[in-house]
Design a protein around this ligand. Structure first.
Ligand SMILES: Cc1ncc(C[n+]2csc(CCOP(=O)(O)OP(=O)(O)O)c2C)c(N)n1
Length: 286
């Protein structure tokens, strides 16, 4: 997103945005959650957002620790409940920019029902959902996003459940902005996070990140290069996917099986909860 602001170095961003006393982070070697934090800082900086008017909310999990590293108001809440807290903050003060960090377990597992209804309500919230295919903090149990056949502490013989596609769900529920990117490409996530924050209404940016400790070592992805290769081989851009679905050969269509779409799934305008609330208040006020 072109803003005309001079890009800062990573060190300058760290000083400007992070709580120095929180370092070192809790993240394991090779974890991708720190990259998501970095991308968020680049996005915030490119927008020139006033941090005094921005609140970071998270649930519980490794990814949910991110709210604590940013030197701004934040709430590190309870497992799965980040969106409930965030909705309350936004309802109380619609002037605030509210950004939610959550995990696949936090946001789509225990918090799945909150996710459905937050999207449906279309409050002006930005969710950055870190998908490492597992419940990382608790040691690697299967999550709703764990790929078919993957090994975890609760699926020692391979996962037999169909994984949930969070972005397709958000698209179907009408979220105005939905995107998914692997963490090994910086430019697209930074741009999507900035677009998500700028979008009026509910924005969901799902980030695919490696978890070498809890997920990777059980699935041949302990080395980061293997994760990058997995993202290269197992992800297909949305437009390409939709082209193959429509015009591809049966073999090309079959080859999509088990892969993940990446890119911008949805970018549209939809009346927000805040707009409707303002109209309601104007209508019923005596
Ligand atoms: C109500 C409740 N249930 C379970 C837990 C245990 N718990 C803490 S973190 C976590 C998993 C988080 O997974 P995810 O959201 O995918 O984040 P990650 O650690 O992988 O980044 C669980 C189950 C809890 N803290 N509270």
């Amino acid at each position: 997103m072109a803003t005309g602001l001079k890009p800062r170095t990573a060190a300058e961003l760290r000083t400007a945005y992070l709580r120095q006393e929180m370092f070192p982070t809790i993240f394991c070697d090779g974890c991708g959650i720190g990259n998501v934090l970095n991308y968020t800082l680049w996005a915030l900086d490119s927008l020139g957002l006033d941090l005094d008017r921005t609140v970071f909310v998270s649930g519980i999990g490794c990814s949910s620790r991110l709210s604590g590293y940013i030197n701004a108001d934040g709430m590190h809440t309870t497992h799965g409940r980040a969106l409930a807290f965030a909705s309350g903050i936004k309802a109380a003060n619609p002037e605030l920019t509210v950004i939610i960090f959550t995990g696949d377990g936090d946001g789509a597992g225990i918090g799945g029902n909150h996710l459905l209804h937050a999207i449906r309500r279309n409050m002006d919230l930005t969710v950055i959902l870190v998908n490492n295919f597992t419940y990382g903090m608790t040691g690697g149990q299967a999550a709703p996003t764990t790929p078919d056949g993957s090994f975890s502490t609760t699926t020692p013989y391979g996962n037999i459940e169909h994984p949930l596609d969070i972005c397709e769900l958000a698209r179907a529920l009408g979220a105005p902005y939905v995107a998914r990117w692997p963490v090994n490409v910086p430019a697209q996530p930074i741009s999507s996070i900035a677009q998500g924050i700028s979008k009026r209404g509910f924005a969901l940016i799902e980030m695919l990140v490696p978890c070498p400790t809890a997920y990777g070592r059980r699935n041949g992805l302990k080395e980061l290069e293997r994760s990058w290769q997995w993202y290269r081989e197992q992800t297909v851009l949305v437009d390409e996917w939709e082209w193959i679905e429509q015009f591809g050969s049966p073999e090309e269509r079959a080859a999509l099986g088990g892969k993940l779409k990446i890119g911008v799934f949805q970018d549209l305008e939809r009346e927000t909860f805040e707009d409707r609330w303002a109209r309601l208040v104007a209508r019923v006020r005596l």
